[in-house]
Design a protein around this ligand. Sequence first.
Ligand code: F6R
Length: 254
Amino acid sequence: MEVVITATPREAGVVVADILEGTVRAGGTLGLATGSSPGPAYDELVRRHREEGLSFAGCRAFLLDEYVGIPAGHPQAYRQVIRRMFSDHVGLEVAGPDGTATDLVTEATAYEESLRRAGGVDVQLLGIGTDGHLGFNEPGSSLASRTRVKTLTEQTRRDNARFFAPEEVPHHVLTQGLGTILEAAHLVLVATGEGKAGTVAAALEGPVSAFCPASVLQLHPHVTTVLDEPAAARLRLVDYYRFVHGHKPSWQGY
Ligand code: F6R
């Protein structure tokens, strides 16, 4: 796993945009996350689209997850969020699990099938929850799990409450499983802010455990973690990560 530490969230966004741009130019398949962590990367990609003509025409994109129990047109439904944050600005169509489906088990299987038919995800962007979730695989999720319904922890509901009226905060989601996420060719985790420092340290340097679902990243052969300084503050090998990145051979990309 490569760990890249930047001075600011904006610089972290530029590194993530550099990685995603390679897949965009190759006409590959992007896996997209919502939440606030990927915001600066999306802003940078929108800027490159507008100012540098970066075209998303040949690309496909899939979301990690979707709330269950809110209407599809709700402004906080992730298919709406990603359109506002990113995809409408670059002309990209994004598929996502349908949290309004009457049969969520069938919907989960169909979503897995659509990922398979697309040939899988080339680069999957990920955020991390303060409780260690990846996608919405909350603590206790099987490290081999597939797309399915999960129940949010109270901690995640509190973290996401800022987007909803108090009585509206969803309890359930459809999320790609950890086993599904691990099938993407390249995983890119982005985390910023001191509130993520503890969970980032647990995920990167703690034991691989369903208790910290993001620790499953340690099992994947190609992961890039992009952190700002506050999010990296509790890593024990921080000096080593900086040295590795600072002395990267010129032939080695991300
Ligand atoms: C969102 C998702 C979540 C978020 C995580 C961090 O699609 O899958 O895992 O990435 O909750 O959210 P932020 O970035 O808002 O802190």
